[in-house]
Design a protein around this ligand. Structure first.
Ligand code: FCB
Length: 504
């Protein structure tokens, strides 16, 4: 399994930005047409009560890395290790949201959003990964939640968005089985502190990304590079998902609990049977490795055999991993192309022998700043596949977005037209999926504002809001203003000549 083998975040795939604005996906089946006067225009309404949101994560925005009793996380340690992050950036201050959260809520309000997906920092809430909650940490999130509710914005709380307490990594991290029990204990603490006001919960953010990049490829914290650690970590996270789910439901039976999976539709490179099988294997590892255990108590079959012993699967575990999720969160960024390696390659490489698949990104669409292909049809494809294969589950798009580094013009405005185009096309693809039967309840743009992009530091701007990291001034970009209109109208108005337009 080479780099990006698990089609998680190809942070290593940074390549130059392709500025071609070729539209790769035009909507073909608009839900209904509107204004007869405007030729070729269509309105794509979203279901009543649809959640228009944006997402952030604690380490990427909060800063205050050692304030008010917060302890060190694996990301603090990793970012403070020279050479790990581009330009040696760190999240020490990031967007300073620990102090400026009121400004963040003002942004959400200005964008007419009714859902905010944020994460709780485990080492802020329970500093060493065991023992009582840190009251000041709990207060911070409590104030945030109260202010969101007051602004009529749904808090969608992610319990784990990659910042493990360093104390737990020192005891073995995610490959250590005990971390699953620690996680369940932490979940209980958060449920106790905030569960009277938070109804929508996400257990994990992109478990395939943090286990792969953190334990196998080493580009992310804690920076380990071991196939065994990776495989074990995935099993422990599955155990934690089961344990966390039940801990949360025991404490707050009415909670709606899901998990946010990085999903990427896997297309065969050719029509050959071998490539089609490779694409199914790619789908199993990329999209199902943390879903099948939760929903069906089993692992999917990406490998030539299940390395049960290496993964340290014990009897009874496949019951413990079950978590009948109330919704499936999909983080979507790009598609994956899969092909089968030749027989010789398989024999000469242990990883390809276990996982005989080559995975690459698509190359037909334009690329964003970070080098990811823009291919909106892929959002439609993955939503429809999950809809078909899991009996029309409730889906939330928990992340979707793009990096473009447009900055302020002389008047201070940020004309990020490529991001507007990106959202327009992806929302059109999503509207089609809903029209074709998918039960999608919300969409969360990644991200509310530019922030610390993991190993890329501050070099990649994903925000609807521009952040000047020197002054912490926040300025809503054109894309944020555009998104605000879509949210207010609960509808994407599409005009084939000029793109989305305002309702007359
Ligand atoms: C996702 C992560 C999120 C952000 C985006 C760009 O994989 O969940 O934190 O970094 O990528």
């Amino acid at each position: 399994m080479g780099a990006a083998a698990f089609a998680t975040l190809p942070c290593s795939l940074l390549s130059s930005c392709n500025l071609s604005s070729k539209a790769s996906d035009a909507p073909t089946s608009p839900a209904r047409t509107t204004s007869p006067a405007r030729q070729f225009s269509a309105e794509m309404p979203f279901p009543k009560g649809f959640f228009w949101g944006s997402a952030t994560a604690s380490y990427q925005i909060e800063g205050a890395w050692q304030e008010d009793g917060k302890s060190e996380s694996i990301w603090d340690r990793f970012a403070h290790t020279a050479g790990k992050i581009k330009n040696n950036d760190s999240g020490d201050v990031a967007c300073d949201s620990y102090h400026r959260w009121r400004d963040d809520i003002a942004l959400l309000r200005a964008m007419n959003l009714n859902s905010y997906r944020f994460s709780v920092s485990w080492p802020r809430l329970q500093p060493i990964g065991s023992g009582p909650a840190n009251p000041k940490g709990a207060d911070y999130y409590s104030r945030l939640v109260d202010a969101l509710l007051e602004a009529r914005i749904r808090p969608m709380l992610t319990l784990y968005h990659w910042d493990l307490p360093q104390a737990l990594e020192d005891r073995g991290g995610w490959p250590n089985r005990d971390t699953a029990a620690r996680f369940a204990d932490y979940v209980e603490q958060v449920a106790h502190a905030l569960g009277d006001r938070v109804s929508d919960w996400i257990l994990f953010n992109e478990p395939s990304a943090f286990t792969d990049l953190g334990y196998f490829e080493g580009f992310h914290a804690p920076g380990r590079k071991s196939l065994l650690d990776f495989l074990r970590a995935t099993h422990v996270v599955n155990l934690a998902q089961g344990a966390g789910f039940h801990a949360l439901k025991a404490s707050r039976p009415a909670a709606r609990v899901g998990t946010a999976l990085s999903m990427s539709p896997c297309e065969p490179a050719t029509n050959s049977e071998a490539d089609k099988l490779a694409a199914e294997r790619a789908h199993a590892i990329t999209n199902l490795w943390f879903l099948e255990p939760a929903l069906r108590g089993r692992y999917p079959e990406p490998f030539t055999f299940l390395p049960e012993t290496a993964m340290r699967i014990k009897s009874g575990d496949m019951e413990s991993v079950r978590a009948p999720l109330d919704f499936i969160g999909i983080n979507f960024y790009y598609r994956t192309i899969a092909s089968a390696p030749g027989a010789l390659e398989r024999l000469s490489n242990t990883e390809e022998w276990l996982f005989p698949v080559k995975m690459t990104e698509g190359t037909q669409g334009p690329k964003t700043q970070i080098g990811w292909e823009v291919w909106p049809q892929a959002l439609y494809d993955i939503v429809m596949r999950i809809t078909r294969d899991y009996n029309r589950p409730v889906i939330e798009i928990t992340e979707s977005g793009c990096a473009y580094n447009d900055g302020p013009d002389p008047t201070g405005a940020i004309h990020d037209t490529r991001r507007v185009e990106y959202y327009r096309q992806h929302l059109a693809a999503l509207a089609r999926a809903i029209n074709d039967g998918a039960d999608v309840r919300g969409y969360h743009a990644w991200s509310l504002m530019d922030n610390f992009e993991w190993a890329e530091g501050f070099s990649q701007r994903f925000g609807l809001t521009y952040v000047d990291f020197k002054t912490q001034q926040r300025t809503i970009k054109d894309s944020g203003h555009w998104y605000a209109k879509v949210a207010a109208e609960n509808s994407l108005v599409w005009d084939r000549v000029s793109g989305p337009v305002r309702r007359p």
